[in-house]
Design a protein around this ligand. Structure first.
Ligand SMILES: [Zn+2]
Length: 136
């Protein structure tokens, strides 16, 4: 999907806003995400860390799980905002791939400057997909 400049800017802004709610006392690496569904809704997310480190959840997955738990499964794009324009981790790439490798991924820094725009297919080549579980 080709994103308009307006939609892109709105998503980045929503991710910047969501970043405020990051709970990141251990890494001090706040992340905000905003996921645009094909139906036009936006679900945001922030990373939520835990004293038991592996229990931590990324902003991207918070946004995806919020959307899916409300019945959304078709996504157009996700914007991710960090201080330095960091990209989604492998687990988030895999979770995004589950719902479509064509989802646009917009990476922006704290100022809202887009540092990268890609698709899940490019971020996770050879992803393990639902079709890989297809039964005969
Ligand atoms: Zn992640």
């Amino acid at each position: 999907m080709k994103l308009s400049d307006e939609i892109r800017a709105q998503l980045v802004e929503a991710a910047q806003e969501a970043r405020r709610w990051a709970y990141a006392p251990y890494s001090n690496y706040a992340v905000g995400a905003a996921l645009l569904t094909s139906s036009g809704k936006v679900y945001d997310g922030a990373n939520v860390e835990n004293a038991a480190y592996p229990t931590t959840m990324c902003a991207e997955r918070v946004a995806v799980f919020k959307a899916v738990s409300e019945g959304e499964r078709d996504f157009a794009a996700i914007a991710v905002v960090t201080a330095n324009g960091g990209t989604p981790c492998g687990s988030c790439r895999q979770v995004l791939a589950e719902f479509g490798v064509e989802t646009v991924v917009i990476i922006a820094d704290i100022s809202g400057r887009v540092v990268m725009e890609s698709r899940v297919a490019e971020l996770l080549p050879g992803a393990f997909l639902p079709s890989d579980l297809a039964r005969e």
